[in-house]
Every structure is written in C-alpha cells, then in structure tokens.
Design a protein around this ligand. Structure first.
Ligand SMILES: [Zn+2]
Length: 179
C-alpha cells in the first residue's frame, strides 16, 4: 500500500479543500500516514480560512510572529533613558522616556504613572507595525500612537512587530520589579 500513498497525497489536498474523492478518502481511512497527512492539511486550511476571514487579533499577531521567523522575539536595544539622566529608579519616577531601537527604527517610549498603573505610549513609524501588550494587540490611533496601561511596571513589557521581525521590549529598569 505504500506505493499508493504517493498518488493520494495530492488528491488528499483537494479532499481537504472540499472535493469529493471516494477512493482517496477510503485510502486515508485505512492508512494512518495519509490520515495524519489529511488532518494536517485540514488544520492548515482552517487556519488560513480563519486568518483571511475574521481573524481574532491575537491570532494574527501569532501568525505574523511565526511568519517573521518562527522564533522568539529578539530583545530591543535600549539606547537611552531619561531615568539615567535624572538618576532615579523607574519605580520612583512619575514619568520618563526611553529611546529604543527596533526594526532599524528609533522609537521613543513614554512611561507615565497614573491612578490605574503605568501608561505606556509610543508612536509606530509606519503602517504594518504592531504592538502586542497585555496579551492583546494595541490598535494605533490615526497618527500611529499606541497607548496601553499596565497595573505595574513589570507588566509594561511589550512586543513590537516590525516588517523585519518581532522585538521584545522588557520593562524599564531591566526587569526589576520595583513598582
Ligand atoms: Zn497512505
């Protein structure tokens, strides 16, 4: 039966996309390899359908992160911080800014203490960039500004998706949990 598998593999793609092919379907039922192959194609097809129709934002981000290199986001380079200039720790400041580098662009990130926590604001350079923070996509406004508020400083970590891949921006102060 092994030789038969080859002839059915392409036909199973058509089956996964809705074609009727009794012979190929019967083979898939009797062959664990082809059955698994068919299930995989169906998974891909479902994912593709979801993505093109009404994909939840987090699924789009996940898919883009995978497309961007199938690896974890690379850490952003922090170029400068107004904290260092003022000589205060992030948790003691009312507001500060950091300059970071992501995807070949320099972005200014503003952190501001508010009643409900820390608000983070940055401006995305062009369309096609996205920010993923607090487990969801933050929609930029018409001018490209993204704002989100985390209850604490560690929660201000976020990921920038740029055309050249995903970049993580850890909480200010190198991840220490001073709040
Ligand atoms: Zn087979």
């Amino acid at each position: 039966m092994k030789r038969a598998c080859g002839q059915f593999r392409e036909r199973l793609i058509a089956v996964a996309f809705g074609s009727a092919d009794e012979e190929a379907e019967a083979h898939a039922r009797s062959c664990p390899d082809c059955s698994r192959h068919l299930a995989e194609i169906q998974d891909v097809r479902r994912a593709a359908t979801v993505l093109t129709l009404d994909a939840p934002a987090d699924l789009i981000v996940a898919a883009k992160a995978i497309a961007a290199g199938a690896r974890a986001p690379s850490p952003c380079k922090r170029i400068s911080s107004t904290l260092a200039a003022a000589g205060v720790r992030a948790g003691d400041a009312a507001a500060f800014q950091e300059l970071i580098e992501a995807g070949g662009e320099r972005l200014r990130v503003e952190y501001r203490r508010e009643e409900s926590g820390w608000s983070v604001m940055l401006r995305l350079p062009t369309e096609g960039w996205e920010v993923f923070a607090l487990d969801s996509v933050c929609e930029p406004d018409a001018d490209g500004y993204v704002t989100f508020t985390s209850p604490d400083l560690p929660g201000t970590a976020f990921v920038i998706l740029s055309p050249d891949g995903a970049h993580s921006v850890g909480p200010p102060g190198g991840g220490s949990s001073d709040n």
